[in-house]
Design a protein around this ligand. Structure first.
Ligand code: TYD
Ligand code: MG
Length: 457
């Protein structure tokens, strides 16, 4: 077979050149030229193999919408983030920092699926002995799993064609190479080309393909991000690597809801699902402490209680520090401005630190009100009542805006023994919730006053 020609194309303007250079001659952008395979025939035709039947236009009503059947992955929490299980012919990308537990998760899952189906585990990072040792340590029966230690894309493709697995795991996509490209394994060109070919193969063979990808702290350039648009489902591991809990978040899912969350605990013998994680992110204080406020966050279909901590301390430097961990950094400055303008509480000369306990990342604005009250509590050195939960979005005009699924959040709080809830007025439930006193507020200053009244009661 003739060797395919490779060309360098610009990621900015799409212009092509035959040799790599630092600057694109078409648009003058720097460092944007990436090696790709030159296609014979119309440019880019079916390169990513996403369109199964090209050509004939059809009415949408004539297209049969089959409910795809799903394979259980063997781990309930994994099924939850996948949207109910693995879908044949789909491609799942799992990203995460090194050592977070990607290989462990997939080996555990394959061992389960492998009891009744053909499954293949391709490793480019570890030896077969290491995998066998891990399986032994996990105490799983991985006898049904076919393993292959290889990094050549062509050889892996031919093994997939001959073995016909229903599920194939590639650990990791950054170790594979396609020998018609000169770039090193792990480069954008290699990662993209390998993933594109595996995607095509998955669709053609009706196999589920799981690609493992490393993300580094800096968000390395050839990381999983360059693949997000090609695959059907993107899952990321997050959570603090130093805690034993591991969270898997769906970032994109063509077969289910995003923002779904799977919670695992890393134990002696691998990852164990945590089916009731709602109280995981509360720290246990002996008595009420200042600067702590519990909020209810909604992750996918599941409410969770998370403690927000704030520390406000006199600043030593002319420009005080604002730092947030697990919450949006930019939002902190915004909330402090709202607090000053609309509630008359100033933090100009104070360092302000906020943290979501347990290494969770909260990216919904429902945390706003809890962050504000934790800050006020720390500033005034006045603890909030221990059995109070808070949620609500705060607007620039000082209004407290409603959040989604208020009812569910309140019910979860009541279930865990909370007795008071401070929430947006628009979220006020029509029927009372047993054991929970609801305090509904419309504005930030009103919230501050209501909490003060509650404390002094
Ligand atoms: P691993 O799956 O190799 O991570 P990744 O593939 O994402 O790089 O997991 C590595 C970590 O998990 C390692 O630091 C040890 C820990 N671990 C356990 O705590 N218990 C176990 O049973 C296993 C297999 C790993
Ligand atoms: Mg690994």
């Amino acid at each position: 077979m003739a060797k395919a020609k490779s060309v360098y194309s610009c990621t900015e303007c799409g212009g092509q050149v035959l040799q790599w250079q630092g600057q694109c001659p078409h648009c003058q952008a720097w460092n944007t030229l990436v090696e790709t395979i030159a296609e014979a025939g119309p440019a880019g035709a079916n390169r990513y193999g996403r369109i199964a039947e090209a050509g004939k236009p059809q009415r949408l009503s004539e297209v049969e919408a089959r409910e795809e059947h799903r394979m259980p992955s063997g781990l309930e929490e994994f099924d939850r983030v996948l949207g109910g299980g693995l879908v044949p012919g789909s491609v799942v990308l799992i990203g995460g920092e090194p050592g977070i537990g990607k290989s462990t998760l997939l080996l555990q899952s394959l061992a389960e699926v492998g009891r009744s189906r053909r499954v293949l585990y391709v490793t480019g990072e570890e030896s077969l002995q290491q995998i066998a040792l891990r399986a032994k340590r996990l105490g799983v029966d991985a006898g049904g799993v076919i393993i292959l230690a290889d990094t050549s894309l062509q050889r892996i493709e031919s093994v997939i064609r001959s073995e016909k697995p229903e599920v194939a795991v590639i650990d990791s996509i950054q170790t594979l190479y396609f020998d018609e490209l000169q770039s090193a394994p792990g480069s954008v060109a290699q990662v993209r080309e390998c993933a594109a070919r595996l995607t095509r193969l998955a669709k053609a063979a009706g196999a589920t393909m799981v690609l493992i990808g490393h993300v580094t702290k800096e968000g390395a350039i050839a990381g999983p991000r360059v693949l997000e648009h090609m695959v059907d489902t993107v899952l990321y591991f997050d959570g603090d690597p130093h805690s034993r809990y591991r969270l898997i978040r769906a970032f994109k899912n063509r077969y289910g809801a995003v923002n779904e969350l799977g919670v695992f605990a890393m134990e002696e013998r691998g990852l164990k699902g945590v089916s009731n994680p709602s109280a995981l992110f509360l720290s246990q204080h002996g008595s009420d402490v200042a600067g702590s406020c519990v909020m209810v966050t909604q992750e996918g279909t599941r409410p969770m209680l998370v403690e927000i901590q704030a520390l406000v301390d006199a600043a030593r430097a002319p420009n005080p520090r604002r730092l947030s961990v697990g919450l949006e950094q930019a939002r902190l400055a915004l909330l402090l401005a709202v607090l000053h303008r609309h509630a008359g509480i100033a933090c100009f000369d104070q360092d302000v630190f906020v943290n979501a306990v347990g290494g969770v990342k909260i990216d919904e604005p429902a945390a706003d009100l809890a962050v504000l009250l934790a800050i006020v509590s720390s500033l005034k050195n006045a603890p909030l009542p221990g059995k109070l939960v808070v949620f609500g979005e705060v607007g620039l005009a000082g209004e407290v805006r409603p959040v989604q699924r208020g009812q569910e959040r309140l019910r979860e709080a009541a279930k865990l023994g909370f007795t008071h809830a401070l929430i947006p007025h628009a979220n006020k439930p029509r029927q009372a919730i047993a054991g929970l006193e609801v305090i509904a507020v419309r504005r930030v200053d009103e919230a501050v006053v209501k909490v003060r009244d509650l404390v002094s009661k």
